[in-house]
Each structure stands twice: as C-alpha cells, then as structure tokens.
Design a protein around this ligand. Sequence first.
Ligand code: AMP
Length: 190
Amino acid sequence: MHIIFFGPPGAGKGTQAKLLSSYLGIPHLSTGEVLRSKLNEKDELSNKLKHVMTSGNLVSDEILNKIVSITLLTDNCKKGFILDGYPRTIVQSEYLNSFMDKQDMIVNKIINIDLDDKNIENRITLRSRTENRTDDSLEVIRTRIIKYNNETKPIAQFYKSKYPLIFFELNGDQKIGKIHSDIINIVKKC
Ligand code: AMP
C-alpha cells in the first residue's frame, strides 16, 4: 500500500504516520526526520540545510527528490510506504508522479489532516519546549505556515480534485486515538 499524508506543521501527521506504519508493517518516510538526521553530519551540505531549515524555508526539490527516490527503491519499501512531508511543491509532486509511473506503482490513499493556524502555533510552541526543535520558534513557525499555505496546500487540493475517491480529510483537532482509528477505517476500505 502506498499512502501520502498531507497536513500543516503540527497537525499530527508525523504521529499518525508512525502509528499507521506500525499497524500496517510498512515503513514511514518522514523527509523532515531524514533531513534533521543529516544535520548531525557536520559537512558542507548540513550547513546549507541548517540555514534553510532553521528559517522555516523549504530545502531544494533536487535534494528532496533524490532522498525520496533512493529510499523508495530500497527493499524495505517493496511492500509499500507512507510518505510524510513529501511532496511539498509542484516540482516534487510531478517528480513523484513520474517516478511511481516508471516503477508501476499507484497511490492508494491520500490522508489530509487539517488544523487552523492558531492551533498550529499553539501546538508547535508546546512541541518546541518538549523536543527542543530549532525550527520551532514563533517567527519560524509563521514562515512554515505561510510556506505550507502557499506551496503545499495547493498540491493537496490538486490531489483532492484528481483523486477524489482516495482522498480523505480529517480534523487534526481531535484525540490521537480517534484520528488513528479513523485512519485505520480509511485504509481498510480497499
Ligand atoms: P517537517 O518535519 O516535515 O516539518 O520538516 C522540517 C523541515 O524540513 C521543513 O521546514 C523543511 O525545511 C524541510 N523539509 C522537509 N520535507 C521537505 C520537502 N518535502 N521539501 C522541502 N523541504 C522539506
């Protein structure tokens, strides 16, 4: 099964993608997590990444497309995968589309977890205290929300109109367990 999660920062898509990954026994690819792990490598690339990520901006499509295509071709992803945080731009969605076509893969479900801007700010402020994430200051959060609304939300809308039967929207302002059980019901519908 191939699943894509959409949602603004702080909506809980990472948490839900992880829960679903254990439920289905397929890997969860969080591009944000992959990039954060690269920051520890202390080379030229990590300096560039740090600069972009700590300002709330998006890392280049070229880097992202490379990370995703390399990962999705590993044996680990043979039974399926869950994408969390990718695609985030038109270039990435076009790349994913042609990559999946070439590999004879189709997207099975698209799950969009929504949350309003005020709730996003509150949640991320809380998360920055508990997880100590450097991309979680208020100014950076606002840039991240703007990036999401301008660049990624239109991609989610595009998928919604192109694949209405496999596109599901959930309200992120609910208990984690409730959202998880709704998602399980969605993936059970084949
Ligand atoms: P996330 O954990 O998904 O919120 O991602 C954290 C940060 O990593 C983002 O603010 C971006 O700087 C970068 N990032 C993650 N995924 C992508 C992507 N698909 N395209 C561009 N930048 C990304």
